[in-house]
Design a protein around this ligand. Structure first.
Ligand code: SF4
Length: 186
């Protein structure tokens, strides 16, 4: 599948249908007009998975990155990676979007925005963020407890429930989260 998601709608989707790992990456990209290598991979493959075409993905990354760099630099240093995600460069592998397990197990350092927020964020910072997103304090409390018990994907399911008014079927993959959200929102 492809081409059914319009990049003009990504801000809206980030608020309504992205799991937190992708919402954080999207917001970091909008704020800094840049993401590090693993952030670009995690988010870029997710975008491919939800149906953003290579052409649209290129326009999306270019528009954001060229707020802080000139087009030449983007074309030289980043366009390759966008095509690479779509299997158009290198070994021409058709790379698969990352599962929760893979994201939860990734190593994340200071200044990185990839990874799973339920695993990699400080629980207090996470709680503040959730509150700022308008999540009720009861849900924020439940999510924080699950995070402290290392139940990251269950916590992610709670976030789904809090933002959709119904439970998820169990979160295994960010793209599954997105699809379930789209169905739930009709
Ligand atoms: Fe993303 Fe999975 Fe973590 Fe949810 S549990 S935030 S979908 S990596």
């Amino acid at each position: 599948k492809g081409g059914e998601i319009c990049i003009e709608d990504l801000d809206k989707h980030a608020r309504a249908s992205y799991p937190l790992c992708m919402r954080f990456l999207h917001e970091a990209l909008r704020t800094h007009h840049h993401l590090r290598h693993f952030g670009r991979l995690q988010y870029g493959l997710f975008l491919k998975g939800i149906g953003v075409s290579l052409q649209d993905a290129m326009r999306f990354w270019r528009e954001e990155f060229t707020r802080i760099m000139d087009v030449d630099k983007f074309e030289k240093e980043h366009a390759y990676n966008v095509r690479y995600n779509y299997g158009q460069e290198g070994k021409r592998t058709n790379y698969t979007p990352y599962s929760c397990m893979k994201i939860i197990c990734s190593s994340v350092g200071p200044g990185d925005h990839h990874g799973c927020p339920f695993k990699h964020s400080d629980v207090k910072i996470l709680a503040n963020k959730l509150q700022a997103y308008g999540i009720s304090s009861q849900y924020v409390g439940e999510i924080s407890e699950l995070v402290k018990g290392n139940h990251y994907q269950v916590a992610c399911g709670k976030y789904f429930e809090a933002t959709h008014g119904k439970p998820s079927n169990g979160i295994q993959h960010p793209n599954q989260y997105f699809e379930e959200s789209q169905v739930a929102l009709g």
